[in-house]
Every structure is written in structure tokens, then in C-alpha cells.
Design a binder for this molecule. Structure first.
Ligand code: ADP
Length: 478
């Protein structure tokens, strides 16, 4: 089975969020199950020196974007067993940020069209499935049906669409249909890609894919309700038969406390003393009091509203009243960046705000902290809590999306659980969970038992990759 995995970002080349991790880890896991999975992404980066020599220029071609004809270079590299194709166009992709430009509609129309065109230039590799991801790639099945089905190489290609976050939808003016996608006005209706007076990449992906997946079972259910459905819940209910939730795994080569190159003390569930060594190193690095008896809670996150930062704002004073250290690594909305700075100034012995994107520091925090806070309003899957589990840093989460599917709350009577959770989006419920966690920290024997259980949680990709293969087989047999 040949699968072409299409994404706007992939680790280790480019990353703004969890999508990039999936684009790296899932194809790798699929290849272990004998699927010829390959990845195609836009070349928004310069290759690191160590990889430059491996890059093969395959071809170049021109892509119609409405009345324009735009250049596309196609190169290939093999990285960590997976072949990657890069679409190169400096005009669209050599920019400071991946998203948020005035011409995103044009840029991603170009990307969708160049991916389909690139298939002619991949030599022997002919995809059975195009697995496309998030709104940036959402026009692929519509373009495939409109412009390519007459061609024998494209006739039987099936499409699978994964929604990593329904909130970001890619809605542009109706003129893009004709101007950028070369599609007639007959596509502009509510059963197609029309969306509240615009044209929606997300809706188009949902409507025209053979199967749709999203990144946890709970999120797959949630998005069929108006609160989470972002005005697409009706369509998602309609496509309910073809909508599946598959929880993301974690790449165990990148996130492994036994051999993580970014951390000083490598450890596993039998050497938790060394984890405390990492905590000491982190406290020293951040200028916090060096104390083992105080629990250290951490967040590594985009500072975006959906991550539950308003709950933290509401009870920050109460959090700071406890004997706790709180470390936040993240960038995002200025309001929350300022808030973190404000409380750091007010509580310099308790709070450290690192307003930056810093992958090595993230690893040191996952390894050094005791608790990982993730009180999201919604969370399609969430990677942070899974990394935390693997590093024995107990997650405190709100029961939504993938957080609900991966964290089982600690229950003293049943002696079960790998973290802490609360049900309602309520600051005092969150505070209550933090207090429960802080209390357990003072009972070291019980604490260590839960930590060991957390580290043994199944966060691997193996089971999830098998579920994707079932879906591929399902659409291929139609
Ligand atoms: P989302 O995709 O919504 O941002 P996830 O939890 O699924 O949230 O994935 C976020 C990923 O990005 C995690 O691997 C997390 O460790 C990482 N990350 C987020 N912010 C930072 C940061 N400031 N520095 C380093 N890594 C970060």
C-alpha cells in the first residue's frame, strides 16, 4: 500500500505545533507495518548542513494558480527511514512564519495544486491513498476530482483527511474558486465548499475525502456537537459513518528519558532519583530555589486562549499561595505573555516565565518538573500530556478531547490513574486538582507509584498506525 502523507509542516524540518510531530512519527510507524508511506511538505526552511548532501533534486514543473503559472521545484530526502518530498517555491515559502500572511488562500491553493502535480514526478511511486492534513491541504480531493480524475495515474486514488484542529479552517472570499482553483461557480453551494459567504478549505476537505479522521476518540465525538463543532458539526454528523477518532502516539525515539540528549540525567521508572537530578539542574538554570520538597508544576504550550490560560489567570494568586514552583515555557497572545511576566515579577521565588520557543528547554522541563498542567478548553489530542506521562511528570488536565483519552485520574481507593483531571471548564475545579496533586507529592511512596504507572502508559504509535491501516484498507475496498 502506498500512502502520500501531505502536511504543511513536519519535524525535524519545520514545526509550529503537534501536526509536525504527527507528520514525522505516523509515516515512520506506518513504514514499520510495511506501508510505503512518504511525506510531502512545503520547503519553508533551509536544510541543516548535515542533511544537505542527502537532498536529491527530482524535477521542476509549473503549477496553474488561476491565471498565474508558478514554479515548483521537487526534491527528495530520506530521513529516519522515511522519504520526504519538498515543494520549493521561494516566493510562497521563504518567509518568517508558516502561516498568517495576507495571501494564505493563494499560498495553500498553490500548495494543494503542486502536491497533485508532483505525483507525476515521483518515479515509480504512485500513491493509493493521499492522506492530507488540516485546512492547508483541504482542497486536495476537490482539485483531484475536478482536474485529475481523467488521468489513469489519478483515477483510483483514495483520500483520507485528518483534522488536527477544527478551529483553524481556511475560509477565503468566493473569488478564489475561479481565481485560484480553476473551479466553476457550480461548486459554490452549501453542499460543496461554500461556508457562510466564503470558500472553506476545511469544509471542502470534510465533504470530499473518502474518510475523515481526527486525533482522539473523544474529539471525534465532541466535534459533532455545536460547542466544539465550529459551525461544521452538522456536516460532521452527516459524515459520522466515515469519521473516526484515532489517538496520536508519541515518537519514542525523540521522547525517551533513557536517552534524551537534552537532559543531564537519563532515567527510567526504576531510577527516579535521577529525575530529581534533572529537577535540581532546572531549578539552578532558571534561578529558582533548589528544593526537592517543593513540587514543580510546568506548562510547555502556545499561550493561546484554548489552552485554558484564563482559568490560570483567574486563580493564579491561589496557586501562588501554595508551596509550589511553577515554570511556563511558551509564546503567544501578548495578554498571556504579559500576565506571566507580571506574576514572575510578583513571585520571583515561585514562578518562571520563559517566553520563547525552545525545544531543548522543553525536554529539560518535561524531565525536571513533577507536574504538567494542561487545562485546555478543548484539545483535539494534545502531545504535551503524553510527553509528560513518558517522563513521569504527572499531568493535570481538563477532561476534553485527547486529554480525556490519555489521562486516567488518580483514584486512591481503586489505586489507579496516571495523573489528575477535572471535568468542567472551571478555575476552582482546576485549583482543586492542583491541590490534590500537591498533597500527593508529600506522600512520596504513593507519589512514586503513580509516577511509575504514568511512565508505563501506552503512548506508542504502534496501535494507532494499525488503526490508520484499517481505514486505508476500508477506503481502498470501496
Ligand atoms: P498544539 O499542537 O495545540 O500546539 P500539542 O500539545 O499537541 O499542542 O503540541 C505542542 C507541541 O509543541 C509539544 O511538543 C510541545 O512540547 C511543543 N511546544 C509548545 N510550545 C513550545 C515552546 N515554547 N518551546 C518548545 N516546545 C514547545
Amino acid at each position: 500500500m502506498n500512502v502520500l502523507f501531505v502536511a504543511s509542516e513536519a519535524v525535524p524540518f519545520s514545526k509550529t505545533g503537534g501536526l509536525a510531530d504527527v507528520a514525522f512519527a505516523l509515516p515512520k510507524a506506518l513504514r514499520k507495518e510495511n506501508v510505503d508511506a512518504r511525506v510531502i511538505i512545503s520547503k519553508t526552511f533551509d536544510l541543516p548542513e548535515t542533511l544537505k548532501d542527502n537532498e536529491k533534486q527530482l524535477s521542476h514543473f509549473y503549477v496553474d494558480v488561476g491565471w498565474r503559472r508558478q514554479y515548483a521545484g521537487l526534491s527528495q530526502i530520506e530521513h529516519d527511514t522515511v522519504p520526504y518530498y519538498f515543494i520549493d517555491n521561494e516566493y510562497y515559502f521563504k518567509r518568517d512564519n508558516l502561516y498568517g500572511h495576507y495571501d494564505d488562500g493563494e499560498k495553500f491553493s498553490y500548495f494543494c495544486r503542486s502536491v497533485l502535480e508532483a505525483i507525476r514526478h515521483m518515479g515509480d511511486f504512485k500513491p493509493d491513498i493521499i492522506h492530507f492534513n488540516d485546512w492547508h491541504t483541504g482542497m486536495i480531493p476537490a482539485l483531484l476530482n475536478e482536474h485529475y480524475r481523467h488521468d489513469a495515474d489519478y483515477k483510483d486514488i483514495k483520500t483520507v483527511y485528518t483534522i488536527h484542529n477544527l478551529k483553524y479552517q481556511g475560509v477565503f472570499g468566493p473569488e478564489i474558486l475561479d481565481d485560484l482553483l480553476s473551479m466553476g461557480p457550480d461548486h459554490y453551494h452549501s453542499g460543496g465548499m461554500e461556508f457562510h459567504g466564503g470558500v472553506s478549505f476545511m469544509k471542502s476537505g470534510i465533504n470530499f475525502a473518502d474518510a475523515i479522521t481526527t486525533v482522539s476518540e473523544t474529539y471525534a465525538r465532541e466535534i459533532q456537537y455545536p460547542f466544539f463543532g465550529e459551525r461544521l458539526d452538522g456536516l460532521l454528523r452527516q459524515r459520522g459513518q466515515d469519521l473516526h477518532g484515532i489517538t496520536n502516539g508519541l515518537d519514542h525515539d525523540i521522547y525517551d528519558p533513557r536517552k534524551d540528549e537534552h537532559i543531564e540525567w537519563k532515567y527510567d521508572s526504576r531510577s527516579l532519583k535521577k529525575k530529581r537530578g534533572n529537577k535540581r539542574v532546572l531549578q539552578e538554570k532558571l534561578g529558582l530555589p533548589i528544593r526537592d520538597d517543593v513540587p514543580m508544576m510546568a506548562m510547555v504550550t502556545r499561550l493561546a486562549h484554548m489552552k485554558g490560560l484564563d482559568l490560570i489567570e483567574h486563580v493564579m494568586e491561589d496557586i501562588m499561595k501554595q508551596d509550589i514552583q511553577f515554570v511556563v515555557l511558551g509564546t503567544g497572545e501578548p495578554h498571556y505573555e504579559n500576565m506571566m511576566h507580571y506574576y514572575q515579577d510578583k513571585y520571583p521565588d515561585k514562578l518562571r516565565a520563559q517566553i520563547q520557543f525552545n525545544a531543548p528547554l522543553a525536554h529539560q522541563i518535561y524531565a525536571g518538573a513533577d507536574l504538567f498542567l494542561m487545562p485546555s478548553l478543548f484539545e483535539p489530542c494534545g502531545l504535551g500530556q503524553q510527553i509528560a506521562l513518558r517522563y513521569g511528570t504527572l499531568p493535570i488536565v481538563r477532561e476534553t478531547g485527547g486529554l480525556k483519552d490519555t489521562v486516567l485520574p488518580y483514584n486512591v481507593y481503586e489505586d489507579e490513574g496516571n495523573g489528575f483531571s477535572f471535568a468542567n471548564y472551571n478555575a476552582h475545579e482546576m485549583l482543586n486538582s492542583i491541590e490534590t496533586a500537591v498533597d500527593l507529592y508529600s506522600r512520596r511512596k504513593d507519589w512514586n507509584k503513580v509516577v511509575r504507572r504514568a511512565m508505563k502508559s501506552d503512548t506508542s504509535w504502534t496501535n494507532s498506525a494499525k488503526k490508520y491501516i484499517d481505514i486505508y484498507q476500508g477506503v481502498m475496498s470501496r
